[in-house]
Design a binder for this molecule. Structure first.
Ligand code: DX5
Ligand code: ZN
Length: 233
């Protein structure tokens, strides 16, 4: 599984989203955080805004739905052409049915877990997914510190996916920097969402594109030894 760097536009300038998407043209995808002020205590954008942004974006969309009633809303993002749609396991009533609907609409199906949600109850449905998102902060806000307590879960998930020989990407989201990406990659993640550490880089230092390159190089430098959890065990 190749390395992917997906910048989160949650840390972008909301007054210039078209330009902000153009500034990450070397990214694998733009990570679009949809929040409803119910599943998380924050509010961003919904289908009409995401649909229009997708039309002008130079990169694919990786939509992360932090919303209740995911069964109702997630398919809309797939049908509007978002390449990947991730719902939260804690918010879906029928996750297998929902993942199948997303795939039938032509999108990759992703499922996310909050930091304290165990992966084990979901191992048998991994074949229904294209991506498993393990949150490395409590969802809702950018700029939080990476939770190392999630590393063993990343390692267990990656091991289960490898063991079953499934083409499921392990994505991590929250607190990813040039330093924490090393531990997440060692644990087995291959797709990295980064908001503040991409958009927070000043143009004088190369801006978001330089940050994407640095994060990509850092992740590529990790030689995984197998089922390591990143804590040196
Ligand atoms: C948080 C969002 C993240 C957020 C990451 O709930 O899901 O995608 O934008 O931001 P950073 O990289 O700043 O932690
Ligand atoms: Zn996110």
């Amino acid at each position: 599984m190749g390395i992917a760097i997906n910048p989160s536009i949650l840390s972008a300038d909301f007054a210039n989203l078209q330009r902000e998407l153009e500034r990450i043209s070397t990214a694998d995808a733009a990570h679009i955080d949809v929040m409803d002020n119910h599943f998380v205590p924050n509010l961003t954008w919904g289908p009409p805004v995401v649909k229009r942004l997708r039309e002008i974006s130079p990169v694919p969309f990786d939509v992360h739905l932090m919303i209740e009633d995911a069964d109702r809303w997630a398919p809309e993002y797939a049908s509007m052409g978002c390449e990947s749609v991730t719902f939260h396991a804690e918010a879906a009533i029928a996750p297998i049915k929902l993942a199948r609907t997303l795939r039938a609409e032509g999108a990759k199906a992703g499922m996310a877990l909050r930091p304290a949600t165990a992966v084990e109850p979901y191992l048998d449905m991994l074949s229904e997914l294209d991506m498993l998102l393990i949150m490395t902060v409590e969802p809702g806000f950018g700029g939080q510190a990476f939770l190392d307590v999630t590393l063993p879960k990343i390692a267990r998930a990656a091991k289960a996916i490898e063991g079953a020989n499934l083409p499921v990407t392990v994505q991590v989201d929250g607190g990813i920097t040039e330093e924490t990406i090393l531990r997440a990659a060692e644990a087995g993640a291959t797709c990295f969402v980064a908001g503040s550490s991409v958009y927070g880089v000043d143009e004088a230092l190369g801006g978001p594109e330089a940050a994407i390159a640095s994060l990509r190089a850092a992740a590529a430098s990790v030689k995984r030894s197998g089922a390591g959890c990143g804590c040196g065990c």
